[in-house]
Design a protein around this ligand. Structure first.
Ligand code: AP5
Length: 205
């Protein structure tokens, strides 16, 4: 899954992996869980994640390699948030080659920056189950799934959102061309209802 921050990668990864019956891995979710638990790994990642910078590549590679080589990934998988730059994409090629696998498709969800900023400033996540939701004007601060407290991600402050968009343009967006040249890129309009976006992705597969 490729796309700018807030394009809907996490939302769609969950729906698509459910429909296809394959696991998905989100590097962002793993990093936030490690930060929340205060692990050594989380301590190393915290400053980067909360300021909107990418964490160093080496901190990500082991997570992805372990996942690709695990039993869970045997029947296919969906990656959300990795790769994030050309070096990570090249590393992914080597990992997949070693595992005898290859990428079928790269789904690039496209949403303009104005809508992204609006979505991210309204986003809340559940402190307990990490479910993503949208803050509504009713002021309801409870998770619809588990009843836990909804919180705002530290990197969803407007200044950090802008920084993440800048990092995306500079480091991640070149992957669009990279995968287009490999003939496996699919551009998906990420606007409209979440269900409509899922339908577009499923049709493209
Ligand atoms: P990560 O968690 O991957 O963040 P991101 O790429 O910035 O993406 P987001 O999670 O913000 O957005 P999303 O596209 O998943 O949108 P969502 O579905 O939530 O990474 C965070 C940080 O971790 C990075 O900045 C970096 O520091 C680090 N990191 C992670 N991976 C790394 C890597 N490989 N290398 C180095 N560093 C790495 O949707 C957004 C909101 O919109 C939600 O509220 C949702 O409900 C709503 N929404 C979704 N779809 C729609 C729709 N169709 N209409 C209206 N609202 C919608």
């Amino acid at each position: 899954m490729l796309g700018a921050p807030g394009a809907g990668k996490g939302t769609q990864a969950e729906k698509i992996s459910e429909q296809l019956g394959i696991p998905h891995v989100s590097t962002g979710d793993i990093l936030r869980a490690q930060i929340k638990d205060g692990t050594e790994y989380g301590k190393k990642a915290k400053e980067y994640v909360e300021s909107g910078e990418l964490v160093p590549d080496e901190l990500i590679f082991d997570i992805i390699e372990d996942f690709i080589n695990s039993d869970r990934a045997r029947n296919g998988f969906l990656l959300d948030g990795f790769p994030r730059n050309i070096a990570q994409a090249e590393k992914l090629n080597r990992m997949l080659e070693k595992a005898g696998a290859e990428l079928d498709k790269v789904i690039n969800i496209v949403v303009d920056n104005e809508e992204i900023i609006q979505r991210l400033s309204m986003r809340r996540i559940c402190r307990d189950c990490r479910q993503v939701s949208i803050f509504d004007q009713s002021g309801d601060e409870e998770c619809g799934r588990c009843g836990g407290t909804l919180i705002k991600r530290k990197d969803d402050r407007e200044d950090v959102i802008r920084q993440r968009l800048e990092v995306y343009d500079r480091q991640t967006h070149p992957l669009v061309e990279y995968y287009r040249n490999k003939g496996i890129l699919v551009n998906i309009d990420g606007t409209g209802t979440m269900e409509k976006v899922t339908e577009r992705i499923m049709d493209s597969l």
